[in-house]
Design a protein around this ligand. Structure first.
Ligand code: AMP
Ligand code: ZN
Length: 112
């Protein structure tokens, strides 16, 4: 498993940092965002360290990540309506450089 010792999400994967985990399988982890911006705000991540969407080069892992999103949204009670977001680069707000898909739901969201 590719892991970055300085990455906070890798630390969560290893169990070195606590998280409120809502879904786990061999390749993926989903946990509640520590600073939620909606009633439901969870992050779906690959267990393997991938720094951003631009660094994702594994189609199978990409598919697993994408297919986990509706599953996790359903589990969190927002399966009928949610927003999934990937920030890529600090210029658009990426602050943690381990790929994660935000799932937001549980309130009305404006766009963009
Ligand atoms: P982004 O700004 O897209 O990189 O999203 C990073 C997200 O990670 C933010 O919404 C943070 O609130 C969240 N976050 C940072 N540290 C933790 C942590 N230890 N546990 C859970 N969520 C975290
Ligand atoms: Zn990482």
């Amino acid at each position: 498993m590719i892991s970055d010792p300085d990455c906070i999400f890798c630390k969560i994967v290893k169990g070195d940092l606590p998280a409120d985990i809502v879904y786990e399988d061999d390749d993926l982890l989903a946990f509640k965002d520590i600073n939620p911006v909606s009633k439901v705000h969870v992050l779906v991540i690959p267990k393997r360290h991938v720094s951003s969407l631009n660094a994702l080069d594994d189609p199978e892992l990409a598919g697993k990540l994408m297919l986990a999103v509706p599953k996790v949204a359903h589990k969190m009670g927002v399966g009928d309506g949610y927003r999934s977001i990937i920030n890529t680069d600090s210029s658009v707000g990426q602050t943690v450089f381990h790929l994660h898909i935000h799932i937001l739901g549980g309130r009305k969201l404006s766009w963009p």
